[in-house]
Design a protein around this ligand. Sequence first.
Ligand code: COA
Length: 314
Amino acid sequence: MKIIGTGSALPSLAVTNEMLSEFLDTNNEWISSRTGISQRRIISTESLLELSVYACNKALENAKLNAKDIDFIICSNVVNHYVTPGLGCIIQGKIGAVCPCIDLNSACSGFIYAMDMAASYLDAGKATNILIVCAEEPSKMVDWSSRDTSILFGDGAGAAIVTKGGNLKSMYLATTSAVEPLYYQRELEFNPYNKKEEFKPLVMNGKDVYKMAVNASIQDISKVMQDAHVTQNEISFYLIHQANMRIMDTIRDYLGEKEEKFPKNIQKYGNTCSASIPILLDEMNREGQLKEGALLVLSAFGAGFSSGACVLEW
Ligand code: COA
């Protein structure tokens, strides 16, 4: 499997830490030192669908493909306005593709899970060009009256087009049922045979999530590097899910790696769930940082608790 095009889109509104401190009991010093986040982009005038379509069109342009060349769309999404149909089906119509579409929800690990699914479709000969789009609007899940979670997240969309060939050297996925540390319940319609359920915004035990994220990522990275028979010297970049600067620094310290091998954009966008890695990938691609043949490690983790990593040759 080879990535032949990337695209991304961020909302126009940048919400700084200072802006949050106008209505929350928080401050720039606390947020930036504990998370590395200075600002995040929040959907205000545009929609998640518009951002997703823009990211997909940029990826198509980058891959020099037409929407009709896409024969499968995988959309990774945690929450959007539609419960049904899947967001991927709506995006398909807007970009003019004609192919099957599926939505998957592996929380913040979604891009890696979508890559694994895409690789399996390509290997099985069921598709030639697959569009992966990670479209996320966590600003619609968090409690904006609480400083615990609202400071962490940002909205955005990232897309990648994958095709046959290339060199996906290894892939590893892991999920353990650990719901309590991080979950969000959707408010559903009342049915007359059941009692009305209580609705809660995103619930997170930050300390537990932090520990699980570090442990899962270190374990997954070690596993995929071992499976790919590659050493750290051969790796150009580690693209870690942009959840918290300190999580990434702890992983880097454990590996004893150089700072420049861990690219980051969390300071600008916060945690954009499954869109964080494809957005970062797109920025690096457009800046010409990804040289042909470069070995990349991708590692993501999130609610579930789910995680995944891969070693990929660019
Ligand atoms: N602003 C100011 N103070 C805050 C605050 C905020 N936004 N949030 C919490 N605090 C306070 C707490 O009330 C507490 O005060 P106290 O010592 O007087 O009780 C203090 O800061 C420390 O809080 P704590 O929750 O222990 O901080 P922490 O170091 O664990 O950092 C997180 C909190 C959320 C930043 C951190 O746990 C984290 O990043 N976890 C991972 C979250 C994540 O990545 N989730 C998504 C995974 S995909």
